[in-house]
Design a protein around this ligand. Structure first.
Ligand code: SF4
Length: 202
């Protein structure tokens, strides 16, 4: 058999298998998450091409918020977690970004989404933005298992409110200089997060 044709057929078979598996996964299952939007091929929400999920609702009320329409908890639209997982799996993008809005206000739903994606795409890498500080999230996580789980599935946390007095365009993936990027892959085994300043640190 011609090798090129054989490889081509194999790719098609693999794609068909993924499609069938995805259809099976979402069949008769649905679970809502309130979203402001999705960008399936973002290049500004972290390194590389990323599947970015913008949750709806944020309690932080930062002056000069860059996404003010995401603040209202009653705004946005209901999306289905299983269908979003299907999209991620079909796109085969391993890099996800959870942003908003405040992702930790939708912790349970995002953990579910992360786990569904990870089941099919091993080695997903997740950036989660938050207006809360890392230290605050660690404290809340002691009594809130959803927050703890979102920290657990997150690889990189970008923390802190947007501070208009510290607005900058010179910080990697951040709007103000007070915001920090942590590698928290070690969590929950350790809370000693690694601070990231340059793209090469990712
Ligand atoms: S945390 Fe982000 S989404 Fe929330 S108010 Fe501040 S800038 Fe806006």
């Amino acid at each position: 058999m011609d090798t090129a044709v054989s490889v081509y057929n194999q790719i098609n078979i693999n794609q068909a298998n993924i499609l069938v598996r995805n259809q099976r996964m979402s069949m008769n299952r649905s679970e809502p998450i309130r979203l402001a939007g999705i960008i399936e091929d973002s290049v500004v929400d972290g390194p590389g091409v990323r599947f970015a999920v913008f949750v709806q609702g944020c309690p932080h009320d930062c002056e000069g918020c860059h996404n003010p329409y995401t603040q209202d908890f009653n705004g946005g639209f209901d999306a289905d977690i299983y269908k979003i997982a299907d999209k991620i799996i079909s796109s085969n993008i391993k890099r996800l970004t959870f942003t908003g809005g405040e992702p930790f206000c939708k912790a349970r739903e995002l953990v579910k989404l992360a786990k569904l994606a990870e089941t099919e795409i091993r080695g997903t890498e997740i950036i989660t933005y938050s207006g809360y500080l890392y230290e605050e999230l660690l404290e809340i996580a002691e009594t809130d298992k959803d927050i703890k789980e979102l920290l657990t599935v997150t690889n990189y946390l970008i923390d802190g409110k947007f501070d208009i007095t510290k607005k900058t365009s010179g910080k990697l993936f951040r709007g103000s200089s007070n915001q920090r990027i942590f590698d928290i892959t070690c969590y929950p085994n350790s809370t000693k997060a690694r601070l990231i300043e340059r793209l090469e640190d990712f």
